[in-house]
Design a protein around this ligand. Structure first.
Ligand code: SF4
Ligand code: SF4
Length: 466
């Protein structure tokens, strides 16, 4: 029998409407015609543009550049040698909104004392990282201003003493923002992010606020921070969107609202079954296909605006395109392998409890303590070696997930043990019936369909350049 002349290296594949995607473990990929794929998979593709693409992607086993492949892998996974860089301080469980999907705790609850906030900062600085981000969250963190101020000033002084790089961030509904607080945030270089669910009627229906018009408050302070900071990150305001059933069919309007407010990103993320959402799923939830229709309409609207010169990006597409087009970026902890639970982030609750991540902390509010690692009085080594960190690392390692191991999108994807626990009752979940996986598959399909068009590819490249 004749020996194959161009034996493929290990690959996964997916048939798409415009060709067959073949992808290696390290992120190399090529889109082949069905005829090229037939030759490639049988080791008989010996000439033509398809072969050149496959060689460059490291998919021909006899022509692998091991040095380049190893360097690439090391660069994109160097976070594994460090510790968690993102530290989320839940300053209070109190909130003055009654969002239909609340996942963080609305109504009255516990708050962190300034002393407890400083202890959390001490713990965060004990992580073996050169740079760290402290993010203030709630409930509504502005309702615990003394702890926020104490933690921010203490962290800045620790950064000066230790020489560690420090970024501070606030996630707030802005409803109790004042000029004095805003100026403190600006002078201490604390970036701000708020919630914006779209035009006023939609936002206010999703986010009832007993004190008045939530949308108007959010917009007022977005504009204030833009005026004071030039409107661009780092430091400029950003916003997060939660998509409910009421948002479906309104993706272009939502994108237009973000563009109108000159926000740099719109982040089209599906609702997760945590907090209030599972209890009201029949009213506010939807299926993966419904979300994907919304997503495609939203991303298409972003690209249409880009063609007219409007500068706005869709965050999920941005994160994925960045990885797919070759600049492996594993800062986003929910789309990496293993995921960022403990290894990339930690969340500190009001009682000093430490969790793998904010989602793990949210699950504890509903009585599931599987993601609790210990408390701030435990040492770093004990926390990072705790069982939930190991369980998350194993269950989010895609080579150990049977469906992911054979998925063409594995190199750029990530599994979420917290989502799996909430939706399917265990860290591992089951990808064939996992709604998050179905959504990610559909998002990747759409992005690869867009990448096949030169015009879209140019726009995505501009996103990366800027
Ligand atoms: S468990 Fe999920 S939410 Fe938590 S870090 Fe991992 S991917 Fe992110
Ligand atoms: S989660 Fe789904 S889309 Fe992602 S790698 Fe696993 S099977 Fe593929």
């Amino acid at each position: 029998m004749k020996k194959p002349q161009s034996k493929p290296s290990y690959f996964n594949f997916r048939r798409l409407p415009h060709g067959v995607l073949v992808a290696g473990d390290l992120g190399g990929w090529a889109l082949l015609t069905p005829a090229e794929f037939k030759l490639f998979s049988s080791g008989k593709l010996t000439k033509g543009p398809g072969l050149a693409k496959l060689e460059r992607a490291g998919l021909i086993s006899s022509r692998l550049d091991f040095d380049a492949l190893c360097a690439d892998w090391r660069d994109s996974n160097d976070y594994l040698e460090r510790g968690p860089g993102l530290h989320i301080l839940v300053l209070t469980q109190n909130c003055n909104h009654g969002c239909v999907y609340c996942q963080a705790g609305s109504g009255r609850g516990a708050s962190m004392s300034p002393a407890a906030a400083r202890r959390a900062v001490d713990f965060a600085f004990s992580a073996p990282v050169e740079g760290l981000t402290l993010e203030f969250q709630g409930g509504e963190p502005l309702l615990n201003w003394p702890a926020l101020k104490a933690a921010a000033l203490y962290a800045r002084s620790k950064a000066a003493k230790t020489g560690k790089e420090l970024a501070l961030a606030l996630v707030s509904n802005f409803s109790t923002m004042t000029e004095e607080k805003a100026e403190f945030l600006i002078s201490n270089d604390i970036s701000v992010c708020t919630s914006l669910d779209g035009p006023a009627d939609l936002h206010n229906a999703n986010r009832p606020f007993s004190g008045g018009d939530s949308h108007a408050r959010a917009v007022k302070w977005i504009k204030y921070f833009q005026r004071r900071r030039g409107g661009l990150p780092p430091g400029g305001p950003s916003a997060l969107l939660t998509v409910t059933r009421a948002s479906l069919g309104r993706a272009p309007e939502i994108v237009d609202e973000y563009a109108r407010l000159k926000l740099p990103y719109v982040f089209l993320r599906p609702l997760t079954p945590m907090g209030q959402a599972p209890k009201r799923w029949g009213e506010i939830g939807y299926g993966p296909e419904e979300f994907l229709e919304f997503y495609r309409a939203g991303l298409n609207r972003v690209l249409a605006l880009n063609r007219r010169g409007v500068k706005i990006k869709e965050k999920t597409a941005f994160l994925l395109v960045k990885k797919i087009l070759g600049s492996q970026d594993n800062k986003y902890v929910d789309l990496r392998c293993p995921c960022g639970a403990g290894l990339g982030q930690l969340a500190y609750d009001c009682d000093g409890g430490i969790y793998t991540c904010d989602e793990g902390r949210m699950l504890a509010r509903d009585g599931d303590n599987s993601f609790r690692l210990g408390g701030v009085r435990d040492g770093y080594a004990r926390i990072i070696n705790s069982f939930p960190v190991k369980a998350c690392a194993l269950s989010s390692s895609l080579d150990l997930q049977p469906a992911c191991a054979r998925c063409a999108y594995k190199a750029w994807c990530g599994a979420c043990p917290a989502y799996n626990s909430a939706a399917q009752g265990g860290f591992w979940g089951s990808m064939p019936s996992n709604a998050r996986c179905r959504i990610l598959t559909g998002v990747f399909d759409h992005i690869f369909a867009l990448l096949a068009g030169k015009d879209n590819l140019n726009i995505f490249n501009q996103w990366l350049e800027n």
